[in-house]
Ligand binder design. Structure first.
Ligand code: MC0
Length: 146
């Protein structure tokens, strides 16, 4: 069952400058940052609020590490902006299978590594009214360091 908006992924050209915008404009601080080479992104997670399911909602700022990555290709075509939304679930395997059974393309056969040790998969935007949609199961205990 999908129980929260886990994050909104925002593609940017310059992660440091974008982080500074969110800090200076809204007061949001970086909760966690990492490079995910498989996904081709350098990312910063800004925690917005905790949620009633025991998780949290974040903004995820994404800078591509290579031009041929998903975010790199998307930025070249669209410029900066909202790249995807992510719903949180306690069981990404079951939810992905249920959604696949409804005829929506799930992009990975098995969930892959996401931010902060999470397990993630994606639904094809063409099957989701134009919205690239991610499903996330957080790691059992998410790190609280940077
Ligand atoms: C592409 N399209 C999108 C889109 N990306 N539509 C809405 N939102 C997006 N983000 C549309 C294009 O405009 C195009 O439509 C069609 O989909 C095919 O796109 P393409 O440019 O030809 O690219 P493809 O087909 O090679 O790849 C698109 C696909 C890819 C969604 C399959 O981006 C993908 O595998 N994404 C999942 C992985 C990902 O996004 N990783 C980055 C975040 P037209 O009408 O022009 O044909 S990593 C992340 O978020 C991790 C770290 C985490 O959360 O922990």
């Amino acid at each position: 069952m999908l129980t929260r908006i886990d994050h909104i992924g925002i593609a940017c050209f310059d992660l440091d400058r974008t982080v500074e915008f969110y800090r200076a404009t809204y007061g949001f601080e970086v909760f966690h940052s990492e490079v995910n080479e498989e996904q081709g992104v350098r990312e910063a997670m800004l925690k917005i609020n905790e949620t009633s399911d025991g998780g949290a909602s974040y903004l995820q700022l994404l800078e591509p590490t290579r031009e041929d990555s998903a975010v790199g290709k998307w930025l070249a075509k669209n410029g900066e902006g909202v790249h995807h939304i992510a719903f949180g679930t306690a069981d990404v395997d079951t939810d992905a299978a249920d959604i696949r059974d409804k005829g929506v393309r799930v992009l990975y056969d098995e969930p892959r590594k996401g931010s902060m040790g999470s397990r993630i998969t994606f639904l094809h935007p063409k099957d989701c009214h134009g919205v690239l949609t991610e499903l996330v199961t957080a790691a059992p205990s998410a790190p609280d360091d940077h």
